[in-house]
Ligand binder design. Structure first.
Ligand code: AMP
Ligand code: DBH
Length: 541
């Protein structure tokens, strides 16, 4: 059985192979290519534990054998939600080895998100932290205890921390493993930020994802001396592949796991392990800039990458002086296209632009609302296709028809302009989403949940500007007098919605403004949220 996905047209696939982008190697190659003496190098540092490349290979092979012993077969799917621990990679590589296709949910995702993903992929396996009782209860019902793998306390033997929810220890299938998965098929599902109410899944193939990793390694000039701090959620496309942990593995370097991106957690790790690279979202960069100079030795840092949301030039400018390292801006998307400022770009370009596409075969178009190219320097919507940009969300025909054009270009919903020199500048967004410091909130998803509350007549969620986060979320709600924000927050939490999606502010209104065609006028609401916000800030100061 294989996972259905929208393939690249044959002529494109041929070209991507001829160019050497798609090599026909499995994604596990990033680990397995290190043999002999190279496999003795440290791949992962996690707390007090050290995993050599040989360990990551051996342990993921054993875990794969344990999955097979439980009857998992190529084409099955898995729902995984693990914290930033080495085991995340052991499970990921084990699943790739068995041809089991995972969704790697973020650690912040709750019962609501996992239910939505499970509905789409109908998982044959779930992997969760044993301590998360609500999720364990949910997945026991969904996949059964015999297909629910639980992660407990860290163990020196990296798979020693796992046990089946039915109480059985891990037994390994002694039979020959099945033939390797087809590298042109789906390796795993990446998560989209979403803007349509239902979380969308992005099928990524071995061929396309491995290319994006290799090309990222080239652009960033990574080698085996790289020590990368994994401080953002490990499954996020940025931390996984731009060049992320997979890039560092490919280069033979070391990934240092951090439980969270705060200076209190990260600075001691940087000093102790002589970390050279880190990937951050803009709010965390600001926090790091404030905290730097507090006595912790950060002198090993060579590059800090920032992406996920727009970085303000004023903050960007402070990086070399405060952190004594270089800045790289990364504008990427789980759907594919990744833009980097290059390490040898001039300082103005690094501070003021979000980079340019990494592949010579990334095609981009900047179009106006009528679908015509805008003049150079003008703002338009970003459309793209290329050797690692997907051709369709999983099982979402109607949505795909809207966001792809007849030539297979994907509309990212970002408003961009072209800077002198050819780099992109992100100027805004044309999708119903809030980008809360790199964490994307699908407005409709939250609106639908709010509308399910008996007191709520109608709700509209929009972004309001925020000095630290870039944006926070504001919900305009029609509800009877006396309705409390705390009650609505509790209601949303009760549905299992991730915390970062809870509206930061509620504004109760008698009515919502409408456009000429009768839709909620979000532009007016955004304007109002911005003004109210400015007003509150003035009164507060
Ligand atoms: P996702 O679809 O969840 O992977 O999120 C990708 C989106 O994040 C992009 O389409 C942009 O809207 C936003 N994004 C990512 N990196 C940047 C960046 N460096 N600057 C501005 N926006 C960004
Ligand atoms: O925000 C993103 O999705 C993102 C940011 C930077 C991304 O997917 C990436 C780099 O690959």
């Amino acid at each position: 059985m294989t996972i259905p996905f929208t393939p690249w047209p044959a002529a494109f696939a041929e070209r991507y192979r001829a160019e050497g982008y798609w090599t026909g190697d499995p994604l596990t190659d990033v680990i397995d290519r290190h043999r002999g003496a190279a496999a003795e190098a440290t791949a992962i540092l996690c707390g007090e534990r050290r995993f050599r490349y040989a360990d990551v290979q051996g342990l993921s092979v054993r875990l794969a054998a344990a999955f097979r012993a439980r009857g998992l077969r190529p084409g099955d799917t898995a729902l995984v939600r693990l914290p930033n621990r080495a085991e995340f990679y052991l499970v990921f590589f084990a699943l790739l080895r068995c041809g089991v296709v995972p969704v790697n949910a973020l650690n912040s995702h709750g019962v609501y998100e996992l239910t939505a993903y499970a509905r789409q992929i109908e998982p044959a396996l779930a992997v969760l932290p044993a301590a998360d009782q609500a999720l364990v209860a949910l997945m026991t019902q969904t996949v059964g205890p015999e297909r629910l793998l639980l992660l407990g306390a860290p163990s020196d033997d990296g798979i020693g921390g796992f046990a089946w929810a039915d109480g059985d220890a891990l037994a390994e299938d002694a039979a020959e493993p099945p033939p390797a998965a087809d590298p042109s098929g789906v390796a795993f599902f990446q998560l989209s930020g979403g803007s349509t109410g239902t979380p969308k899944l992005i099928p990524r193939t071995h061929d396309d994802y491995l290319y994006s990793v290799r090309r990222s390694v080239e652009i960033c000039g990574l080698d085996e001396t790289c020590r990368f701090l994994c401080a953002l959620p490990a499954p996020h496309n940025f931390t996984l592949s731009s060049p992320g942990a997979l890039g560092v593995f490919h280069a033979g370097g070391t990934v240092v796991m951090a439980g969270d991106p705060s200076p209190a957690t990260c600075f001691p790790l940087i000093a102790r392990h002589r970390v050279t690279w880190a990937a951050l979202v803009p709010p965390m960069l600001s926090v790091w800039l404030e905290a730097a100079g507090g006595g912790e030795d950060l002198s090993s840092l060579e590059v800090v990458q920032v992406g996920g949301a727009k970085l303000s030039p004023a903050v960007a400018e402070r990086v070399p002086e405060r952190l004594c390292c270089r800045l790289q801006q990364v504008f990427g998307m789980a759907e594919g296209l990744v833009n980097y400022t290059r390490l040898d770009d001039d300082p103005w370009t690094v501070v003021n632009t979000q980079g340019r596409p990494m592949s010579p075969d990334d095609e981009i178009r900047i179009l106006d609302a009528a679908g015509h190219p805008v003049p150079p320097g003008a703002v338009g919507e970003l459309w793209t296709r290329g050797p690692y940009t997907f051709r369709g969300y999983y099982k979402a025909e109607a949505h795909n028809a809207r966001v792809f054009d007849a030539e297979g270009f994907y509309c990212s919903g970002d408003l961009v302009s072209l800077a002198p020199g050819g780099n992109l500048v992100v100027c805004g967004r044309n999708k119903d989403q809030i980008n809360r410091g790199g964490e994307k909130i699908d407005a409709q998803e939250v609106e639908d949940l709010l509308a399910a509350h008996p007191a709520v007549g109608h709700a509209a969620v929009v972004a309001m500007p925020d000095a630290l986060m870039g944006e926070r979320s504001c919900a305009f709600v029609i509800a009877p007098p006396g309705t409390k924000p705390s009650e609505l927050r509790r209601f949303l939490r009760g549905q299992g919605l991730a915390d970062f999606k809870l509206p930061d502010r509620f504004v109760f209104v008698p009515d919502l403004p409408k456009t000429a065609v009768g839709k909620v006028d979000k532009q007016t609401l955004r304007e109002r949220a911005r003004k109210d916000n400015a007003l509150m800030e003035t009164t507060a100061s």
